[in-house]
Design a protein around this ligand. Structure first.
Ligand code: G4P
Length: 532
């Protein structure tokens, strides 16, 4: 066992996933409120116009008042050291959002009770399901008119293909949202005051209590009795093993805005989720309890300040303890180095830190040596963590420099930006033209590309939108590259290559993906890039 066992065991590192507006920011803030990291909600980033103040690194963020990259927050709660990874939504949705999920050990999925499963939830869920990490569901906004809770659970199961197990059950909704029924304790948590910016107050009453009629009203009381009977008979049995392998999602109901149900959720979920998970490095399983330090880079954030072209590399500590004074070995760079200016985000504050443990996320100053997926470990060790997959972009542009004399700078700049993982670059060698196609997960990255090429490399570019929305890396059984003339492709499908020479197809519709798959049986499609 590790000498850091106590520190590591109390760490819980998770990402919050949701469709924009489901209440992710509000819920994060309430977690921080319960963790004592902030005294009052609204302090971190509740109001959209104050967001720029907390992350003013990037010019583009300031201009638009949005946060381009995801951040991490740490707080203490009941002996746990909790790391929340924020996954940006809205128009700043990007590949970073997906990569951040690679650094998490579990996910909290926030669902709007009136809307159910939405597009972005589905995408993020898929990435979590790929790693089989535990997924906890918080059905939010119960203080508004909500859909039937049975129907919501059924939708989660059908749309996402995961079993659900309600841990508590809502009593009424909208103005009549009275509380939740805790299925394990067989107790009602009756909310007695609207929490708002402060913690909510609640009283606990058992199901058979004679005062329930008065407390809930006769109608809600009898509905609850019926619902509980149905639930006990019909819903999946709670099974912690299934939860830990991402096969069963515990479901909680509440309202982040009024704080109703937030604390029971936080408590329940911290108990059920795992301490820092091990990671694969080829054949080797690196356990969080190994004494030696190891970490991998999952995100690189460029500093938009032109004066110093430095970057911040975010890494997830996988094992042992990080000590700011000690040298670490950068496996891909093949050299020892000291990580400089290691920092962590504690609620609203960015702090320089001296130590961190397995499960923690640290951001370090990067003079341009790190790439996404790089491994850092104790000197003398030389393993590489498995690469982070490349996710299929959904927006594509043909890009060229306005001034053809600047093609060299253009390629250098674009390749650098692609290496940081902000965009993906493709070539179309099959059309006879030297065509560069850029693909992104979120359209904001096109603006970032344009802005940075101009600012850092002095290149103005021309971008032309392309009608593709889907991409699949293709492989054949014998591993040989395919020839375009051997494929049966429709007019809205294009064969291209990435910069590592892997072949892919771009499609205009899901229909075209299916059509092409059926007519080219020799191909295997993948939504993530094949490992190198
Ligand atoms: P997001 O990060 O997932 O995008 O969602 P966010 O928390 O920003 O919430 C989106 C909107 O929904 C906000 O209102 C927020 O106040 C509201 N909201 C969040 N949780 C609840 C809830 O439990 N009940 C109700 N009724 N509303 C909730 P807004 O008016 O769009 O933004 P703001 O001006 O309040 O920031």
């Amino acid at each position: 066992m590790s000498k850091y066992e106590n520190e590591i065991n109390r760490r819980r590192t998770f990402a919050i996933i949701s469709h924009p507006d489901a209440g992710k920011t509000t819920l994060t803030e309430k977690f921080l409120l319960y963790g004592g990291a902030i005294a009052q909600a609204g302090q971190v980033k509740g109001k959209k116009n104050t967001r720029a103040a907390t992350s003013d690194w990037m010019e583009i963020e300031k201009q638009r008042g949005i946060s381009v990259t995801s951040s991490v927050m740490q707080f203490q709660y009941e002996g746990y050291c909790v790391n929340i990874l924020d996954t940006p939504g809205h128009q700043d949705f990007s590949e970073d959002t997906y990569r951040t999920l690679m650094a998490a050990d579990s996910a909290v999925m926030v669902i709007d009770a009136a809307k159910g499963v939405e597009a972005q939830t589905r995408k993020l869920f898929k990435v979590c399901a790929m790693r089989d990490i535990p997924i906890f569901t918080f059905i939010n906004k119960m203080d508004r008119e909500a859909r039937d809770p049975f129907e919501l659970c059924e939708e989660l199961e059908k749309e996402l293909g995961i079993e659900t197990c309600p841990m508590n059950w809502p009593i009424g909704c909208g103005k009549e949202f009275k509380g939740v029924y805790d299925r394990e304790k067989r107790e009602i948590i009756h909310f007695t005051s609207n929490g708002g910016a402060k913690a909510a107050t609640a009283t606990e009453v058992s199901l058979g209590d004679p005062n329930l009629d008065e407390l809930l009203g006769q109608r809600l009381h009898s509905q609850l009795t019926d619902d509980v009977e149905l639930l006990d008979g019909a819903s999946a049995e709670f099974d912690l093993e299934k939860v830990r392998h991402g096969k069963l999602s515990p479901v909680f109901f509440g309202s982040a805005l009024t704080n109703f149900g937030v604390e029971p959720f936080l408590e329940g979920f911290l108990k059920m989720t795992t301490p820092p998970l091990p990671r694969m490095a080829g054949e080797k399983l690196v356990d969080s309890m190994d004494d030696d330090f190891s970490a991998f880079v999952f995100k690189i954030q460029a500093n938009m300040n032109k004066a110093h072209r430095d970057r911040i590399a975010f890494m997830r500590v996988v094992s042992g303890r990080f000590d700011a004074d000690r040298e670490v070995y950068h496996v891909q760079g093949k050299r020892k180095l000291k990580l400089s200016r290691p920092q962590q985000l504690m609620a609203a504050e960015r702090e320089i830190i001296e130590e961190a443990y397995a499960g923690d996320i640290i951001g370090v100053f990067d003079p341009g040596v790190f790439s996404i997926g790089d491994t850092l470990c104790a000197p003398g060790k030389k393993f590489k963590f498995d690469p982070i997959p490349t996710f299929a972009p959904e927006h594509f542009c043909r890009v060229r420099p306005l001034d053809t004399m600047k093609r060299k700078q253009f390629l250098k700049g674009a390749e650098q930006i692609a290496q940081e993982g902000a965009i993906q670059m493709f070539k179309a060698p099959y059309t006879g033209m030297e065509e560069i196609i850029v693909g992104v997960v979120g359209t904001l990255q096109f603006d970032v590309l344009e802005y940075r090429l101009k600012g850092e490399y002095g290149v103005d570019i021309f971008m032309e939108g392309l009608p593709y929305e889907y991409l699949r890396w293709i492989t054949t059984a014998d591993g040989e590259p395919v020839k375009e003339e051997d494929l049966i492709l429709g007019t809205d499908t294009k064969l291209v290559e990435d910069f590592k020479g892997r072949q892919l197809l771009l499609f205009g519709s899901q229909w075209a993906v299916n059509w092409t798959g059926e007519r080219n049986k020799q191909l295997t499609f993948s939504e993530f890039s094949a490992p190198e």
